[in-house]
Design a protein around this ligand. Sequence first.
Ligand code: CUA
Length: 179
Amino acid sequence: MSAIQPPASRVWWRQPLDRMEIVWIVLALIWCLVMFFMMPYWHVFGKQNLANEAYQTTPEAYLRKAQEVVDKYTVRKETEQQIPVVRPPAGSDVYLVARLWQWWPILELEAGKSYRVHLMSTDWLHGFSLQPENINIEVHPGYDHVITVTPTRPGTFSIICNEYCGINHHTMTSKLYVK
Ligand code: CUA
């Protein structure tokens, strides 16, 4: 039988299910349910799935807030592009801007202190990926994502963009300092 010719038995869907087939369907269904309930379980007990809030906003409004924090708490500038390094007070709102093709500014946080980190793209979709912790968050234009973070150990972490965003996607990297 080929796909061009009509099937030999035209009412093929009324044939009884093979035992093996029904076993596989039941197994697949059970696994689907396991995976489904893993989502809320992992959200509560796992350490990687972050709870976040999201608010609709505009690039102008978001950049204004980011600029305010940069004006207040910049401690130095780094890289060829003179990106400000911001050391905000513990517990404050910190803004990270994703855009073609940079993360702005660079954040310097204190271990053991909590911050409300805001993330937004001012052009199109980027992916925030913190390495080597492997924390990944999609960064959408028009939405301010807020994540409450408490860095647990000092170090210099890498931020990369893990959502293809154009010709210089591979250069969209930055750092996160934890002191
Ligand atoms: Cu931004 Cu890839």
